[in-house]
Design a protein around this ligand. Structure first.
Ligand SMILES: [Fe+2]
Length: 350
């Protein structure tokens, strides 16, 4: 496995780059905007393909690198379903798996620092975001923070993991890089409390100044969505209502770009094919499935995904590969459902 812990000295943020092998798919967790060039250089040096960029929560102390990495690599942006961020490509929830080739991370919903804080468990290690820090815990006094929820997340979930589980947080300000669940249980001063009320009292007394970048970072981080208007301006987007009128027409090929677990959870548009976003480059090249389908000049491909991000990028990829008759459903399945479009629960492996 390739595992890199990268540091941004300005915000004290740790960013993690994960891959199962050289030449394989990579995931980055909590990237910082100013460091995007460095990440991309390292990704190239290690011969990796960045396929997903995830934030553990809405950060207040730095601007996320999610949007820039998406724009430069066409990777999928990932955040939790509780996040208020305008658009991310993939939303995950407690019990979901965050997957790339050869690696699978369990998603834990661990609110408290913010109401959109998640931790990711991967075998012997857990990425705790700002929920559990080394000898500390994330503050709970803004962004819908809640000391009671954080107590429950830490004592009810994280500290229940095996004691030798490695703890990799999103921040450290003293140069500590890693800890374990057992160490934090015993030596984290904030966790030496006898009750949830004692913890709430302790967190209430901290009186920390707001992060320097908070007024810049939070608004910026709320708006990381791909500018789907560009695709719409070129006439490559259909509203859900327009797409509904095309359902069942023989020349229309609907292609669902989501992952199998999203399809199971949220259902599919009847009659659509399945081609996960990560495979789309292959499908639009010569010999690929979509290219073969479009040999018929009348065929029109309509991509869709969860929120319209992956499908907008797929339209661009198809057009770049010379497939002019590709468009997408703006706003994805989310918009489709709001427009009362038909949804099929049965999922066939096509
Ligand atoms: Fe944070």
């Amino acid at each position: 496995m390739i595992f890199r812990q990268l540091f941004d000295g300005v915000s004290g943020t740790y960013t993690y780059l994960l891959a199962s092998r050289r030449g394989g798919e990579a995931l980055i967790i909590d990237p910082v905007l100013e460091k995007v060039d460095r990440y991309l250089q390292l990704i190239a040096e290690l011969d990796l393909k960045l396929v997903k960029a995830a934030d553990t929560h809405l950060h207040a102390d730095h601007v996320t690198g999610l949007g820039a990495l998406r724009d430069r690599t066409r990777c999928i942006t990932v955040m939790g379903e509780m996040s208020r961020v305008d658009v991310v490509s993939l939303r995950i929830a407690e019990g979901d798996k965050l997957r790339i080739e050869g690696l699978s991370l369990d998603v834990l919903y661990t609110p408290g620092h913010t109401d959109d804080s998640y931790s990711f468990l991967m075998g012997d290690r857990v990425f705790t975001g700002d929920t559990l820090l080394i000898r500390g815990t994330g503050r709970t006094d803004f962004q819908n923070g809640d000391a009671r929820a954080q107590y429950d997340s830490i004592f009810g979930k994280l500290l229940k993991l095996p004691e030798d589980t490695l703890v990799f947080p999103a921040h450290d300000y003293k140069g500590e890089t890693v800890s374990t669940i057992g160490e934090e249980k015993r030596f984290n001063p904030r966790l030496q409390v006898k009750s949830v009320d004692e913890y709430i009292e302790l967190m209430g007394k901290l009186k920390l100044p707001n992060p320097k970048l908070m007024d810049v970072a939070v608004p910026a981080n709320l708006h990381v969505g791909l500018h789907q208007e560009e695709i719409a301006k070129r006439g490559w987007a259909l509203s859900p209502a327009d797409a509904m009128k095309l359902l069942g027409r023989p020349e229309i090929v609907l292609v669902d770009l989501r992952e199998p677990n999203e399809r199971e959870k949220h259902g599919v548009i009847p009659g659509s094919l399945h081609a996960p976003y990560g495979e789309i480059a292959r499908h639009v090249q010569s010999g690929g499935m979509l290219r073969a389908l479009m040999r018929n000049e009348r065929t029109r491909i309509v991509f869709y995904c969860a929120f319209g991000e992956r499908s907008a990028m797929a339209v661009q990829a198809a057009r770049d590969a010379g497939l002019a008759a590709a468009c997408h459903i703006a706003g994805g399945m989310d918009a489709w459902k709001k427009a009362a479009g038909p949804v099929e629960r049965r999922v066939d492996a096509i």
